[in-house]
Design a protein around this ligand. Structure first.
Ligand code: ADP
Ligand code: MG
Length: 249
């Protein structure tokens, strides 16, 4: 599904992602863990086309997407959430999704503003797609509410819906359960299983170890930009290199 070969991203002299090769299988829950600053979010930024890699290749279903802009990558089936999602507070949940969908699949704000005629035709499709995504994440009941009036947990679900509204094959979730309580976290685990049951491939960055260990089919561990381990929860948990990376800070 997703194959990454010798991926490197330099920020000045810092290798945020350093020669990482990994394969994520279709229909699985793949997790990326590692200490703060390990390069996890940067890895997602490279895959989703937000950043250009310094070197290496990214293949999506065999297709080379390495230097494609993010709107094109989104159209090819990569959906994502961000560590912090900027939502329009004084707009409804539904409108946030419709606008988010446009911004993710068109080349930019200019395109959104200038092509209003074409967009009108697309309006209904975008609206239907948005409602479908809201239904999937269990937010139909708040579709008409302003973002400012929904809970933290609902905001996180909106982020999921945003990632789903572009009809992805693979979704990259950057700490989707950060800042929510344990009972609610279980709800997010259920949601991710439901995504996989619906044929999606999930790739998630998460700090909540309990969640990762019970949820992930495969885990990749990053530290200082490098892949230091990969395997099942059991394999990773017992890997001395991983234990050292976490305990040694
Ligand atoms: P993680 O998500 O694992 O916490 P990040 O991918 O956000 O880590 O960051 C990895 C490293 O790259 C950090 O040292 C961070 O400061 C650096 N970094 C991330 N994004 C940028 C950027 N846009 N410009 C410069 N340095 C960056
Ligand atoms: Mg991060």
């Amino acid at each position: 599904m997703l194959k990454v070969e010798h991926l490197t991203k330099m920020f000045g002299g810092l290798a945020a992602v350093n020669d990482v090769s990994v394969e994520f299988e279709a229909g699985k829950i793949n997790a990326i863990i590692g200490p703060n600053g390990a390069g996890k979010s940067t890895f997602f930024n490279l895959i989703s086309g937000l950043h250009q890699p310094t070197s290496g290749r990214i293949l999506l279903d065999g297709e080379d997407v390495t230097r494609m802009p993010c709107d094109q990558v989104a159209r090819l089936g990569v959906g994502r959430t961000f560590q912090t999602t900027n939502l329009f507070e004084q707009a409804t949940v539904l409108d946030n999704l419709i606008v988010g969908h446009r911004l993710r699949t068109k080349s930019g704000l200019w395109d959104v503003l200038i092509n209003s005629q074409r967009l009108q035709r697309e309006e209904k499709a975008a609206r239907d797609k948005a409602m479908e995504a809201l239904d999937f994440v269990g937010l139909t009941n708040v579709a008409g509410k302003f973002i400012a009036d929904i809970t933290q947990e609902e905001r996180k679900r909106v982020a999921f819906a945003l990632a789903l509204a572009t009809d992805p094959k693979i979704v990259l979730l950057d700490e989707p359960a950060a800042g929510i309580n344990p009972e609610e976290t279980e709800g997010f685990a259920t949601l991710m299983r439901k995504m996989v049951d619906n044929g999606l491939t999930v790739c998630l960055i998460e700090h909540k170890m309990d969640m990762i260990m019970s949820l992930a089919d495969k885990i990749m561990v990053l530290d200082h930009g490098e892949k230091i381990a990969e395997g099942t929860a059991e394999e990773v948990r017992n890997n001395p290199v991983v234990i050292e990376a976490y305990l040694g800070g």
